[in-house]
Write a protein that binds this ligand. Sequence first.
Ligand SMILES: Cc1ncc(COP(=O)(O)O)c(C=O)c1O
Length: 461
Amino acid sequence: MSTPATSLSPAELQRAAHDHLWLHFTRMGGYAESDIPIIVRGEGCYLEDAHGKRYLDALAGLFAVQIGYSYGEEIGEAAAAQMRELPFYTNWSYAHPRAIELAAEVASLAPGDLNRVFFCSGGSEAVESAWKLARQYHAARGERRWKAISRRVAYHGTTMGALSINGIAALRNPFEPLVPDVLHVRNTNRYHRPPEESEEEFTAFLLEDLESTIEAAGPGTVAMVIMEPVQNAGGALTPPEGYWAGVRDICDRHGILLCADEVITGFGRLGAWFGSERYGIRPDIVTSAKGLSSAYAAIGAVVARDAVMEPFLEGSAMYTHGITFGGHPVQAAIALANIEIMKRERIVEGVAERQDAFRATLAQLLDLPIAGDLRGTGYFYALELVKDKETRESFSPEECESLLRGYLSHALFEHGLICRADDRGDPVIQISPPLVAGQAEFDEIAGVLGDVLAEASTRLG
Ligand SMILES: Cc1ncc(COP(=O)(O)O)c(C=O)c1O
């Protein structure tokens, strides 16, 4: 890697960052006496900071950089060509070639008749747009339905609608009153369920909870059920056998639209283009962002079944929603270039081929006394940390604070590994590398995690 292109020295960058840059979801006071990490370049699965130190990015940006960091030249060419031809035009009443081509491409990759694509700028906007679409879909058919149902501990974004959908109370509470009405149902975390419960019983238990929540809400008032194919927050919570078929059936029986939030799972992370395909979900709406452009552009999409668009195709009907930058031609050109690279380099097939090796490598960590459960699939994993492996007892909030924030996050970064120590649910380490990672990266991830978690166990006594 060559020297950074910025004209500011590392010290000048630090000063300017401290003086002006407001970081997202960051305790800025935590940097009062210390350096803000400044990432200046990337290559493959690796990042480099302002001091030239390298990190293995085992979080793919934020579950987003599918193709890794080395395609800037090629994608930059596509962006520059689009800039020359048409730097911007809007999707408000107009189309342009890149938005059309990208919509057709996404429709061809999405399963079933998910053929109608509405672009936006990211995941929160996609979720926001999906809820509004669901409400208006029912209204266009003469029904007043407005409620959304999501799962506890699930993260779905930060705009007011998407925030209201979140199942994480600590994120919602500061902003109440929220958008009415969201009901939260159980997620698919099985680790803390009774050990004698069979998978079939667990599925029945979850579906009974969903059904009774809908009954209590008044089925005719519920517009949408929104869930991730594999839930990220809480730690890569995979569905038990029969779960998605059951959710689909309940939605069908009550006339509720099913939205699969594929902001993370879309575009290859689970070893298929969409998680919906992998699990046979058959959603009415899919929300996506992140991997659509491998995060080389700020673009998201809502993909709807033909039937969902139908009420909007007649007379004066209109989906009363729009965003200036939705379908931005440069962002669309970048997403198209990303998909072309993903196809050419067989990125999704590569995940399917290497995912067993990845799991097997990570599974070695289960020998550690602190490592309770390894969950996930594809390139999407979480390791749950426990105080007592026998009883599966978790850490107290104070212990989480000192373990995750006080030690682990910092120690992993010091050891040159970027992954996330997260306690929005039970404490987990999230591991989601770029989809180009191979055995060398798997070994490095497991090696660093093994060392740091062994040290954490020792510290905890
Ligand atoms: C499942 C899911 N939905 C929505 C979002 C929000 O996406 P964004 O941060 O692009 O607004 C995220 C972000 O991580 C997500 O994981």
